[in-house]
Design a binder for this molecule. Structure first.
Ligand SMILES: Cc1cc2nc3c(=O)[nH]c(=O)nc-3n(C[C@H](O)[C@H](O)[C@H](O)COP(=O)(O)OP(=O)(O)OC[C@H]3O[C@@H](n4cnc5c(N)ncnc54)[C@H](O)[C@@H]3O)c2cc1C
Length: 338
């Protein structure tokens, strides 16, 4: 089963889009390996994306992946007395439909999807990742998948990148202060949300120290509401946890007045640090959260996942043209840092 041109690890936004681009443009033999079932791929997020990221895509998403169109963001001071309005169009995504659509486009372009397959780590031979990856299959057995290039798009856990030799620049580990810890709920409320065409960001050092809390409308009475705390010293010392702060400050607040019908709950880690020193190594590239491409100012990472997938796939195509998959040669130094 296991010989490919490119292995892409993770069928989230970055991995599915990179697989689509590579299979489509290069006619390459691409394996997209995902640990979840392909109909169950879903990322817990605030679901918001700027329109410029969508417009840049090589394929047009179907309208049903968008739940709402935004006109901009309202930013509130801690005592709510000051509000800045930042204009800029965007969308609230249906993340389940978004993931299914991207995976189906990758598959249609010719990528081989291996869902319910869990990558365990890289196989390194002669200083290259070109050995491929070790994969745990649905039947419990393991197999080596081999390729000239591996793209790690496995999200913040970075299952391949984090297992590369520490002296390789790309493998720099994430420290607690490099991330934000986030929790959010999608809820239905019994009143009309004010100006649902604007996402709302609240700066409040009690509710979300080192971060912010948000209310992103998904319709007139459905919202994605949550918060992200900086994972650094303050949170560590005070044992802060975004779920606790959500329950304490937001769950029964004026924003959820009249009670809330919970549609979905979840949280996650957002890698909000400075860029890694390198995004490539011999036979290896990282994209999306695995490459820490999130915009650290606001924590938006869906658009950067698309952009880094685009740059990674261009770089891989270049490497195949040159027949050189080394860090310096094949990638020409073009994306040593995005
Ligand atoms: C609570 C929260 C709110 C957020 N809000 C926003 C927002 O509103 N807007 C925004 O732009 N960004 C937001 N972000 C950030 C954004 O969600 C991420 O930056 C983006 O989704 C990253 O996409 P990705 O493809 O890199 O990774 P992921 O979407 O995490 O995809 C990684 C994939 O790899 C798979 N995988 C993992 N390990 C393995 C393995 N060992 N083997 C095989 N497969 C594996 C996973 O199952 C997953 O499908 C938020 C994040 C969080 C946690």
């Amino acid at each position: 089963m296991g010989n490919f041109d490119v292995i892409v690890v993770g069928a989230g936004t970055a991995g599915s889009y990179a697989s689509y681009l590579l299979a489509k443009a290069g006619g390459l033999n691409v394996a997209l390996i995902e640990m979840k079932g392909k109909d169950r791929v879903f990322k817990t997020t605030g679901d918001a994306i700027g329109i410029h990221h969508i417009e840049r895509m090589a394929i047009k998403p179907p309208s049903d992946v968008f739940m709402i169109k935004y006109e901009g963001a309202e930013l509130f001071s801690p005592d709510l007395s000051i509000k800045y309005v930042v204009l800029g169009k965007g969308f609230g995504l249906d993340m389940a439909k978004w993931a299914r659509w991207l995976i189906s486009e990758a598959e249609r372009a010719g990528a081989h999807i291996f869902d319910n397959h869990k990558v365990q780590g890289p196989i390194i031979e002669s200083g290259m990742v070109s050995g491929g990856v070790r994969v745990l299959k649905p039947d419990g057995s393991t197999e080596e998948f081999r390729a000239r290039v591996v793209i790690d798009a496995s999200g913040v856990g970075a299952v391949v990148r984090s297992r590369l030799p520490r002296e390789w620049w790309v493998s720099e580990p994430l420290l607690p202060e490099d991330v934000s810890n986030a929790y959010r709920e999608i809820i239905q409320v019994d009143y009309d949300i004010e100006k649902p065409e604007f996402i709302k960001i609240y700066l409040d050092a009690n509710i979300a120290p080192g971060g912010y809390w948000w209310l992103f409308p998904k319709s007139r009475n459905i919202m994605n509401i949550g918060l992200g705390l900086w994972g650094g010293k303050l949170s560590e010392e005070q044992g802060l946890n975004p779920r606790h702060n959500y329950d304490k400050y937001l769950a029964n607040s004026q924003y959820t007045r009249g009670g809330r019908k919970i549609i979905h709950v979840g949280g996650g880690i957002v890698p909000t640090r400075r860029p890694l020193p390198s995004l490539v190594a011999n036979g290896f590239l990282a994209a999306g959260d695995a490459a820490v491409t999130v915009n650290p100012v606001h924590g938006g990472g869906i658009g950067p996942a698309l952009l880094s997938a685009e740059l990674a796939s261009k770089t891989v195509l270049e490497a195949f043209e040159k027949g050189d998959f080394t860090e310096r040669g094949g990638y020409g130094g073009t994306i040593l840092s995005i």
